[in-house]
Design a protein around this ligand. Structure first.
Ligand SMILES: Nc1ncnc2c1ncn2[C@@H]1O[C@H](COP(=O)(O)OP(=O)(O)OP(=O)(O)O)[C@@H](O)[C@H]1O
Ligand SMILES: [Mg+2]
Length: 137
């Protein structure tokens, strides 16, 4: 798998390029520890869709929906989900049916419910280099 060590501006630029090349429907799982840069990368990918501000932010901040010229964009942060049994509460099936771009932080919480053809982007801290993250895709 390819990997790169990126500063924050470089990670944002990578996300924007990745975002521009994306075809819908697509589910992208973002894995990595607290503070690894998942939300930073999600925002860059969403911005590349022309999605500026979320139109809705319900379900206690777990689901953010953007409408972009390219279609529906969802940012799901599943950190506070106990497990896949809670997915119906956030409208998981409806979201997948929309043929959207779905960007999922903490996908471990939805294990078994992710479509088999999803992409994974993994981020990790680099020891001794607080300004850099290692991205694997
Ligand atoms: N190279 C880098 N890439 C991304 N973020 C970086 C980098 N260097 C420093 N940071 C900082 O690390 C933090 C990353 O936070 P972010 O919210 O994106 O992480 P997260 O993986 O979404 O965390 P959480 O699991 O808590 O949701 C930000 O404060 C950001 O400024
Ligand atoms: Mg986050």
């Amino acid at each position: 798998m390819p990997a790169a060590e990126l500063t924050e501006p470089a990670l944002v630029a990578w996300g924007q390029e990745f975002g521009r090349a994306i075809r819908y429907p697509r589910l992208v799982a973002l894995t990595g520890d607290l503070g690894a840069g998942k939300t930073t990368l999600v925002r860059a990918i969403a911005r590349a869709q022309g999605a500026l501000e979320p139109v809705t932010s319900q379900s206690y901040g777990i689901v953010r929906e953007y409408v972009s010229p390219r279609g529906h964009v969802f940012h799901l942060d599943l950190y506070r989900l106990a497990g896949p049994q809670d997915l119906p509460q956030i409208g998981w099936e409806d979201i997948l049916r929309l043929k959207a771009l779905v960007l999922v932080e903490w996908p471990e919480r939805a294990l078994g419910a992710l479509p088999p053809d999803h992409d994974t982007l993994h981020l990790e801290h680099v020891p001794g280099r607080p300004d850099v993250r290692r991205l694997t895709w």
